[in-house]
Design a protein around this ligand. Structure first.
Ligand SMILES: [Zn+2]
Length: 301
């Protein structure tokens, strides 16, 4: 067993010191190559600087739960993640030298366009809007070789920005809309299936409205999760006598505010929390089970 005082946690931090421009000489191999490596370095460092109980929470609970249950611990984790990530970003921004200038410029101008349009879109509906801060990284920094296909990365402990790349071929505006919606959403307990379904369904409506392409080579985001959203939207429409778009907006408002007000009004607390539990568990997320819960819910007054 290494001693707790042994400087095993130095490695991930050294590279960040370098990123800050201090004159410490380390080999390139010691610097996190990718965002994934950076996250791995966090885990390693937190295992040393958090108490055993805090570290257990970091490992086993998600950021939302920690934020609600232990805001101080959330702050402690988040402050470090933000500091280290900012430093790492500064370090990898040197990559821009290897990316043609006009691609970076184009990505930034498209981001500015999306931000401006979304701001107006939210304002018209009286929804709060948080201005976008997107950090563009070279693709190899975002995922590494053979990395995941997702086009944007949002770090839960790094709440003020999200990451994307100028290299991928996916339609950028649509990616930015999708990530911006996550960025503006309250961090609720809905679970990934429902969250991604609502995010992507709403992002598609918005992109269509502004004429931004939605897919490349017929490749789509979360097709299955969205398909499962249909029975929920149909049930909302039937109970509220509204269109599918209006039903999606009711759901989307709950997603933004994190209060579930429209959904509990529509289905009652019990039925709606069953749906949320099903999404969080990731199991039984099929049309038959969803309909069974929603059709059995008491009708609104
Ligand atoms: Zn997403």
């Amino acid at each position: 067993m290494p001693s707790r005082t042994a400087p095993v946690w130095i490695t991930p931090l050294v590279s960040l010191v370098v990123a800050l421009g201090l004159s410490v000489s380390v080999s390139a191999a010691q610097q996190p190559e990718t965002l994934d490596d950076l996250l791995a370095a966090f885990g390693h460092t937190f295992s040393q600087i958090l108490t055993p109980d805090e570290f257990r929470q970091y490992r086993t609970r998600n950021a939302d739960e920690i934020r609600r249950a232990d805001p101080e611990l959330y702050q402690k984790i988040s402050q470090n993640v933000v500091r280290w990530t900012d430093a790492w970003v500064k370090h990898v921004e040197a990559d821009y030298e290897t990316i043609p200038e006009e691609r970076v410029a184009q990505a930034r101008s498209e981001a500015a366009e999306v931000d401006e349009k979304l701001r107006g879109y939210f304002a018209e509906r009286q929804w709060d809007y948080k201005r976008m801060r997107v950090v563009f990284l070279a693709q190899r920094r975002l995922y590494g070789p053979g990395g995941a296909k997702s086009r944007g990365v949002f770090l839960r402990y790094y709440p003020d920005a999200f990451f994307s790349t100028v290299d991928h071929r996916a339609p950028r505006q649509h990616v930015l809309v999708h990530e911006s919606l996550h960025y503006n959403a309250a961090w609720g307990f809905w679970g990934p299936v429902l969250v991604e379904a609502v995010t992507e369904a709403k992002a598609r409506r918005i992109s269509a409205e502004f004429g931004w392409p939605i897919k490349q080579n017929r490749e789509e985001y979360y097709p299955l999760a969205r398909k499962r959203l249909d029975p929920i939207l149909e049930q909302i429409s039937a109970r509220r006598s509204c269109t599918g778009d209006e039903a999606l907006d009711l759901l989307f408002e709950d997603y933004l505010k994190g209060d579930d007000a429209h959904m509990t009004e529509t289905f009652g607390v019990e039925a709606w929390s069953k749906i949320v539990d099903m999404s969080r568990a990731g199991r039984r997320w099929n049309k038959k089970d969803i309909l069974k819960v929603l059709e059995g819910a008491p009708k609104p007054e």
